[in-house]
Design a protein. Structure first.
Length: 160
């Protein structure tokens, strides 16, 4: 086989291999990336918190809210929660998409009682015509103080 024919055969095999790799990927495969938490230290996109009632001083705020920056448009979001306490608890969980126009949309509102070390993922679609600026988790509520003192981990991914 001549050099040019050998090279053509190698390119055809390489192209066929690339096509097989592309064909092996699911048609609806999405790529996701973790979003950075607001006020994070830049070393991790996973936030670990303990539900607290806040400082006993008047007008103090509890640490229930955690926001994640959205720096580009995504088709959907994955919100992750993992219980991190040594005993089971019921966690009041709310999730919101915050939009650049100042509005927001509640996408999670439930009480969740996972086994220790287990968690949950919520898949949320983007809202057509709206630009998301942040994704917010609110874990804990004044109406449910029983969760105070329990630890959890949360993170968010943006997906296209």
């Amino acid at each position: 086989m001549g050099n040019s024919l050998r090279r053509t055969a190698q390119l055809a095999l390489a192209s066929a291999g690339s096509c097989m790799l592309l064909a092996a990927m699911p048609a609806g495969a999405q790529t996701c990336q973790f979003l950075a938490p607001v006020g994070g230290n830049g070393t991790t996109n996973i936030v670990t918190k303990t539900i607290g009632a806040g400082d006993p001083l008047p007008f103090s705020r509890p640490n229930w809210n955690t926001d994640f920056f959205v720096t580009q448009p995504y088709n959907s979001y994955k919100l992750f929660f993992t219980a991190n306490s040594s005993v089971s608890a019921t966690y009041p969980i709310q999730g919101y998409l915050k939009f650049t126009d100042g509005s927001n949309l509640q996408v999670i509102n439930e009480s969740y009682a996972p086994q220790v070390g287990t968690g949950r993922q919520w898949n949320v679609q983007a809202v057509p015509g709206k630009t998301v600026s942040q994704v917010n988790f609110k874990i804990g509520a004044s109406a449910d103080q029983a969760a105070t003192g329990f630890t959890y981990r949360i993170s968010v991914q943006g997906c296209n």
